[in-house]
Write a new protein. Structure first.
Length: 334
Protein backbone atom coordinates (compact mmCIF):
# COMPACT_ATOMS: atom_id res chain seq x y z
CA UNK A 1 0.00 0.00 0.00
CA UNK A 2 1.33 3.41 -1.00
CA UNK A 3 0.35 6.20 1.41
CA UNK A 4 0.22 9.83 0.30
CA UNK A 5 -1.72 13.04 0.92
CA UNK A 6 -3.06 13.51 -2.62
CA UNK A 7 -3.44 10.84 -5.28
CA UNK A 8 -3.40 12.47 -8.69
CA UNK A 9 -4.94 10.45 -11.50
CA UNK A 10 -3.25 11.64 -14.66
CA UNK A 11 0.39 12.71 -15.05
CA UNK A 12 -0.11 15.26 -17.81
CA UNK A 13 0.89 18.93 -17.45
CA UNK A 14 -2.03 19.81 -15.16
CA UNK A 15 -1.37 16.85 -12.87
CA UNK A 16 2.34 17.66 -12.75
CA UNK A 17 1.82 21.32 -11.91
CA UNK A 18 -0.60 20.34 -9.16
CA UNK A 19 2.31 18.53 -7.49
CA UNK A 20 4.16 21.85 -7.34
CA UNK A 21 1.23 23.73 -5.80
CA UNK A 22 0.63 20.92 -3.31
CA UNK A 23 4.32 20.88 -2.44
CA UNK A 24 4.15 24.53 -1.47
CA UNK A 25 1.58 23.47 1.13
CA UNK A 26 3.81 20.57 2.24
CA UNK A 27 1.39 18.01 0.84
CA UNK A 28 2.79 14.80 -0.65
CA UNK A 29 1.54 13.60 -4.03
CA UNK A 30 1.49 10.32 -5.91
CA UNK A 31 0.58 10.26 -9.60
CA UNK A 32 -1.08 7.41 -11.50
CA UNK A 33 -1.14 7.23 -15.29
CA UNK A 34 -1.89 4.54 -17.84
CA UNK A 35 0.91 5.86 -20.06
CA UNK A 36 4.43 4.56 -19.39
CA UNK A 37 5.98 8.04 -19.01
CA UNK A 38 4.95 11.29 -17.29
CA UNK A 39 3.56 14.08 -19.44
CA UNK A 40 0.31 12.67 -20.78
CA UNK A 41 -0.50 13.40 -24.41
CA UNK A 42 2.20 16.07 -24.53
CA UNK A 43 4.88 13.42 -23.99
CA UNK A 44 3.34 10.37 -25.65
CA UNK A 45 1.47 11.77 -28.65
CA UNK A 46 2.96 15.10 -29.70
CA UNK A 47 6.19 15.89 -27.80
CA UNK A 48 7.44 18.03 -30.71
CA UNK A 49 4.24 20.04 -31.11
CA UNK A 50 4.70 23.75 -30.38
CA UNK A 51 2.48 25.29 -27.70
CA UNK A 52 1.87 29.03 -27.80
CA UNK A 53 -0.27 29.85 -24.75
CA UNK A 54 2.02 29.11 -21.79
CA UNK A 55 2.78 32.36 -19.93
CA UNK A 56 6.39 33.48 -20.31
CA UNK A 57 7.02 31.23 -23.33
CA UNK A 58 6.19 32.70 -26.76
CA UNK A 59 6.50 29.12 -27.96
CA UNK A 60 7.56 25.88 -26.27
CA UNK A 61 7.51 22.30 -27.50
CA UNK A 62 5.14 20.02 -25.61
CA UNK A 63 7.97 17.71 -24.59
CA UNK A 64 10.02 20.63 -23.29
CA UNK A 65 7.07 21.82 -21.22
CA UNK A 66 6.89 18.38 -19.60
CA UNK A 67 10.65 18.39 -18.93
CA UNK A 68 10.37 21.81 -17.28
CA UNK A 69 7.44 20.72 -15.14
CA UNK A 70 9.32 17.61 -14.01
CA UNK A 71 12.27 19.81 -13.01
CA UNK A 72 9.93 22.19 -11.21
CA UNK A 73 8.35 19.46 -9.06
CA UNK A 74 11.56 17.51 -8.38
CA UNK A 75 12.17 19.21 -4.97
CA UNK A 76 8.86 17.78 -3.72
CA UNK A 77 9.75 14.17 -4.61
CA UNK A 78 6.38 12.93 -5.95
CA UNK A 79 5.73 9.22 -6.40
CA UNK A 80 4.66 7.69 -9.72
CA UNK A 81 2.72 4.58 -10.70
CA UNK A 82 3.01 4.55 -14.50
CA UNK A 83 1.74 2.14 -17.12
CA UNK A 84 -1.22 1.29 -14.89
CA UNK A 85 -4.77 2.60 -15.11
CA UNK A 86 -6.78 3.62 -12.04
CA UNK A 87 -9.56 1.02 -11.98
CA UNK A 88 -11.40 1.12 -8.66
CA UNK A 89 -11.89 3.49 -5.73
CA UNK A 90 -12.83 2.21 -2.28
CA UNK A 91 -13.21 3.98 1.06
CA UNK A 92 -10.93 2.75 3.84
CA UNK A 93 -11.88 2.46 7.52
CA UNK A 94 -10.26 5.85 8.22
CA UNK A 95 -12.43 7.55 5.59
CA UNK A 96 -9.58 7.90 3.08
CA UNK A 97 -9.66 6.48 -0.41
CA UNK A 98 -7.85 3.44 -1.73
CA UNK A 99 -7.26 3.40 -5.49
CA UNK A 100 -6.60 0.03 -7.09
CA UNK A 101 -4.86 0.08 -10.47
CA UNK A 102 -4.93 -2.33 -13.39
CA UNK A 103 -1.53 -3.59 -12.23
CA UNK A 104 -2.74 -4.32 -8.71
CA UNK A 105 -1.08 -1.32 -7.05
CA UNK A 106 -2.97 0.28 -4.18
CA UNK A 107 -2.68 3.97 -3.32
CA UNK A 108 -4.12 5.27 -0.04
CA UNK A 109 -4.97 9.01 0.14
CA UNK A 110 -7.56 11.25 1.82
CA UNK A 111 -7.81 13.33 -1.38
CA UNK A 112 -8.02 12.41 -5.04
CA UNK A 113 -7.49 14.90 -7.84
CA UNK A 114 -8.51 13.60 -11.26
CA UNK A 115 -6.39 15.23 -13.96
CA UNK A 116 -7.04 12.63 -16.62
CA UNK A 117 -7.17 14.97 -19.61
CA UNK A 118 -9.53 13.53 -22.18
CA UNK A 119 -9.56 10.17 -20.41
CA UNK A 120 -9.00 7.15 -22.63
CA UNK A 121 -8.85 8.30 -26.22
CA UNK A 122 -8.40 7.26 -29.81
CA UNK A 123 -8.03 9.37 -32.96
CA UNK A 124 -11.08 10.21 -35.04
CA UNK A 125 -10.47 8.56 -38.39
CA UNK A 126 -11.92 9.72 -41.73
CA UNK A 127 -14.29 7.25 -43.43
CA UNK A 128 -11.97 6.24 -46.29
CA UNK A 129 -12.33 2.67 -47.66
CA UNK A 130 -8.61 1.76 -47.79
CA UNK A 131 -7.45 3.81 -44.82
CA UNK A 132 -6.09 0.82 -42.86
CA UNK A 133 -3.91 -0.22 -45.80
CA UNK A 134 -1.78 2.90 -45.46
CA UNK A 135 -1.68 3.27 -41.69
CA UNK A 136 1.98 3.42 -40.64
CA UNK A 137 2.75 3.50 -44.37
CA UNK A 138 2.23 7.19 -44.93
CA UNK A 139 -0.78 7.79 -42.69
CA UNK A 140 -0.39 8.81 -39.05
CA UNK A 141 -2.85 10.42 -36.65
CA UNK A 142 -0.31 12.32 -34.57
CA UNK A 143 3.19 13.75 -34.94
CA UNK A 144 5.81 12.38 -32.59
CA UNK A 145 8.87 13.53 -34.54
CA UNK A 146 8.42 16.25 -37.18
CA UNK A 147 11.76 15.40 -38.76
CA UNK A 148 10.11 12.27 -40.16
CA UNK A 149 8.39 14.60 -42.62
CA UNK A 150 11.53 16.35 -43.82
CA UNK A 151 11.47 16.84 -47.61
CA UNK A 152 8.19 14.94 -47.93
CA UNK A 153 5.00 15.94 -49.70
CA UNK A 154 2.48 16.17 -46.89
CA UNK A 155 -1.29 16.53 -46.88
CA UNK A 156 -2.95 17.61 -43.63
CA UNK A 157 -6.72 17.45 -43.13
CA UNK A 158 -8.52 19.32 -40.36
CA UNK A 159 -9.60 22.74 -39.21
CA UNK A 160 -8.68 22.88 -35.52
CA UNK A 161 -5.63 24.02 -33.60
CA UNK A 162 -3.66 20.83 -34.18
CA UNK A 163 -4.05 20.98 -37.98
CA UNK A 164 -3.19 24.69 -38.04
CA UNK A 165 -0.21 24.40 -35.69
CA UNK A 166 1.35 21.51 -37.58
CA UNK A 167 0.79 23.22 -40.91
CA UNK A 168 2.70 26.24 -39.63
CA UNK A 169 5.48 24.18 -38.05
CA UNK A 170 5.98 21.74 -40.93
CA UNK A 171 5.87 24.38 -43.69
CA UNK A 172 9.64 24.88 -43.31
CA UNK A 173 10.42 21.17 -43.06
CA UNK A 174 8.41 19.47 -45.80
CA UNK A 175 8.93 19.63 -49.54
CA UNK A 176 5.28 20.72 -49.72
CA UNK A 177 2.33 21.03 -47.35
CA UNK A 178 -1.31 20.97 -48.43
CA UNK A 179 -3.93 21.80 -45.80
CA UNK A 180 -7.43 20.54 -46.59
CA UNK A 181 -10.48 21.73 -44.65
CA UNK A 182 -14.11 21.05 -45.45
CA UNK A 183 -15.25 24.54 -44.41
CA UNK A 184 -14.15 28.05 -45.35
CA UNK A 185 -13.61 29.04 -41.69
CA UNK A 186 -11.42 27.40 -39.05
CA UNK A 187 -12.00 26.43 -35.41
CA UNK A 188 -8.48 27.23 -34.26
CA UNK A 189 -6.88 30.31 -32.72
CA UNK A 190 -7.23 33.45 -34.82
CA UNK A 191 -3.49 34.07 -34.79
CA UNK A 192 -2.84 30.59 -36.19
CA UNK A 193 -5.50 31.08 -38.87
CA UNK A 194 -3.84 34.33 -39.94
CA UNK A 195 -0.43 32.64 -40.13
CA UNK A 196 -1.80 29.82 -42.29
CA UNK A 197 -3.50 32.27 -44.65
CA UNK A 198 -0.26 34.26 -44.89
CA UNK A 199 1.70 31.09 -45.71
CA UNK A 200 -0.83 30.25 -48.43
CA UNK A 201 -0.72 33.75 -49.91
CA UNK A 202 3.08 33.64 -50.05
CA UNK A 203 3.00 30.24 -51.75
CA UNK A 204 4.69 28.36 -48.91
CA UNK A 205 1.72 26.01 -48.48
CA UNK A 206 -1.32 24.96 -50.49
CA UNK A 207 -4.62 25.74 -48.79
CA UNK A 208 -7.78 24.01 -49.96
CA UNK A 209 -10.97 24.98 -48.11
CA UNK A 210 -14.48 23.66 -48.77
CA UNK A 211 -12.75 20.42 -49.71
CA UNK A 212 -12.19 16.93 -48.31
CA UNK A 213 -9.76 14.07 -48.82
CA UNK A 214 -11.87 11.33 -50.39
CA UNK A 215 -9.37 8.83 -51.78
CA UNK A 216 -5.97 7.23 -51.19
CA UNK A 217 -3.70 5.40 -53.60
CA UNK A 218 -0.30 3.75 -53.66
CA UNK A 219 1.45 0.39 -53.86
CA UNK A 220 3.26 -0.53 -50.63
CA UNK A 221 3.19 3.07 -49.38
CA UNK A 222 0.94 6.07 -49.80
CA UNK A 223 1.68 7.85 -53.07
CA UNK A 224 -1.24 10.23 -53.63
CA UNK A 225 -4.54 11.42 -52.21
CA UNK A 226 -7.71 12.47 -53.96
CA UNK A 227 -9.19 15.82 -52.92
CA UNK A 228 -12.79 16.65 -53.69
CA UNK A 229 -13.49 20.38 -53.85
CA UNK A 230 -17.01 21.76 -53.49
CA UNK A 231 -16.78 23.64 -56.82
CA UNK A 232 -13.71 22.34 -58.68
CA UNK A 233 -14.52 18.64 -58.21
CA UNK A 234 -11.98 15.84 -57.78
CA UNK A 235 -8.21 15.99 -58.29
CA UNK A 236 -5.29 13.78 -57.26
CA UNK A 237 -2.33 15.24 -55.34
CA UNK A 238 1.05 13.51 -55.01
CA UNK A 239 1.69 12.79 -51.35
CA UNK A 240 4.19 10.80 -49.31
CA UNK A 241 2.29 11.38 -46.08
CA UNK A 242 -1.23 12.16 -44.89
CA UNK A 243 -2.15 13.50 -41.45
CA UNK A 244 -5.90 13.45 -40.74
CA UNK A 245 -6.07 15.63 -37.63
CA UNK A 246 -9.71 15.49 -36.58
CA UNK A 247 -9.07 15.32 -32.86
CA UNK A 248 -9.52 12.52 -30.38
CA UNK A 249 -12.61 10.59 -29.42
CA UNK A 250 -12.59 10.66 -25.60
CA UNK A 251 -13.83 7.91 -23.32
CA UNK A 252 -13.84 8.15 -19.55
CA UNK A 253 -13.05 4.48 -18.98
CA UNK A 254 -13.41 3.27 -15.34
CA UNK A 255 -13.98 6.85 -14.14
CA UNK A 256 -17.51 6.59 -15.54
CA UNK A 257 -18.32 4.04 -12.82
CA UNK A 258 -17.14 6.06 -9.82
CA UNK A 259 -20.45 7.75 -9.00
CA UNK A 260 -19.38 11.23 -10.12
CA UNK A 261 -21.63 13.85 -11.70
CA UNK A 262 -21.00 13.26 -15.39
CA UNK A 263 -21.88 15.48 -18.34
CA UNK A 264 -21.24 13.43 -21.49
CA UNK A 265 -17.51 12.60 -21.32
CA UNK A 266 -16.62 15.12 -18.62
CA UNK A 267 -16.99 15.51 -14.86
CA UNK A 268 -19.09 18.46 -13.69
CA UNK A 269 -17.39 20.44 -10.92
CA UNK A 270 -18.00 23.35 -8.58
CA UNK A 271 -15.79 26.28 -9.65
CA UNK A 272 -15.34 27.31 -6.01
CA UNK A 273 -12.68 24.60 -5.65
CA UNK A 274 -13.23 22.22 -8.62
CA UNK A 275 -14.72 19.58 -6.35
CA UNK A 276 -16.87 16.89 -7.92
CA UNK A 277 -19.63 16.69 -5.33
CA UNK A 278 -18.01 13.60 -3.82
CA UNK A 279 -16.16 14.65 -0.68
CA UNK A 280 -12.41 14.76 -1.20
CA UNK A 281 -12.47 14.15 -4.97
CA UNK A 282 -11.62 16.96 -7.36
CA UNK A 283 -11.32 17.14 -11.15
CA UNK A 284 -9.11 19.54 -13.09
CA UNK A 285 -8.04 20.10 -16.67
CA UNK A 286 -9.79 18.84 -19.79
CA UNK A 287 -11.67 16.13 -17.91
CA UNK A 288 -13.87 18.59 -16.01
CA UNK A 289 -16.69 20.85 -17.19
CA UNK A 290 -18.52 23.92 -15.92
CA UNK A 291 -20.13 27.01 -17.38
CA UNK A 292 -17.51 28.97 -19.30
CA UNK A 293 -15.00 26.10 -19.36
CA UNK A 294 -11.95 26.62 -21.59
CA UNK A 295 -9.83 23.57 -22.42
CA UNK A 296 -6.45 25.23 -22.03
CA UNK A 297 -3.41 24.01 -20.10
CA UNK A 298 -3.29 27.46 -18.53
CA UNK A 299 -6.79 27.01 -17.09
CA UNK A 300 -5.91 23.55 -15.78
CA UNK A 301 -2.95 25.04 -13.90
CA UNK A 302 -5.33 27.49 -12.20
CA UNK A 303 -7.82 24.74 -11.35
CA UNK A 304 -5.14 22.57 -9.76
CA UNK A 305 -3.90 25.53 -7.70
CA UNK A 306 -7.36 26.18 -6.26
CA UNK A 307 -8.10 22.49 -5.71
CA UNK A 308 -5.04 21.91 -3.50
CA UNK A 309 -6.02 24.86 -1.29
CA UNK A 310 -9.33 23.10 -0.61
CA UNK A 311 -7.58 19.74 -0.27
CA UNK A 312 -5.33 21.13 2.47
CA UNK A 313 -8.39 21.97 4.59
CA UNK A 314 -9.67 18.40 4.25
CA UNK A 315 -6.29 16.85 5.07
CA UNK A 316 -5.50 19.23 7.94
CA UNK A 317 -8.85 20.50 9.24
CA UNK A 318 -7.29 21.86 12.46
CA UNK A 319 -4.50 23.81 10.78
CA UNK A 320 -4.75 27.34 9.47
CA UNK A 321 -3.78 27.68 5.82
CA UNK A 322 -1.31 30.53 5.36
CA UNK A 323 -0.78 31.54 1.74
CA UNK A 324 2.79 32.57 0.89
CA UNK A 325 4.40 34.00 -2.23
CA UNK A 326 7.23 32.04 -3.85
CA UNK A 327 8.86 35.36 -4.80
CA UNK A 328 9.45 35.94 -1.07
CA UNK A 329 10.12 32.44 0.23
CA UNK A 330 11.45 30.61 -2.81
CA UNK A 331 10.66 26.92 -3.22
CA UNK A 332 13.00 25.78 -0.44
CA UNK A 333 11.18 28.04 2.02
CA UNK A 334 8.05 25.89 1.91
Amino acid sequence: MIHTDIAIIGAGPCGLFTVFEAGLLKLRCHLIDALPIPGGQCAEIYPKKPIYDIPGYPTILAGELVDNLMEQIAPFKPGFTLGERAEEIDVDADGAYVITTSGGSKIHAPVIIIAGGLGCFEPRKPPLPNLAKFEKKGIEYMVKDPEVYADKRLVIAGGGDSALDWTIYLADICASVTLVHRRSSFRGALDSVEKVISLAESGKIHLKTEAEVRGLDGADHLEKVMIRHKIDGESWVDADAFLPLFGLSPKLGPIANWGLNLDKNAIRVDTKDYSTGVEGIYAIGDINTYEGKLKLILCGFHEGTIAVQSAFKRIHPDQKLSFKYTTVNGVNGF
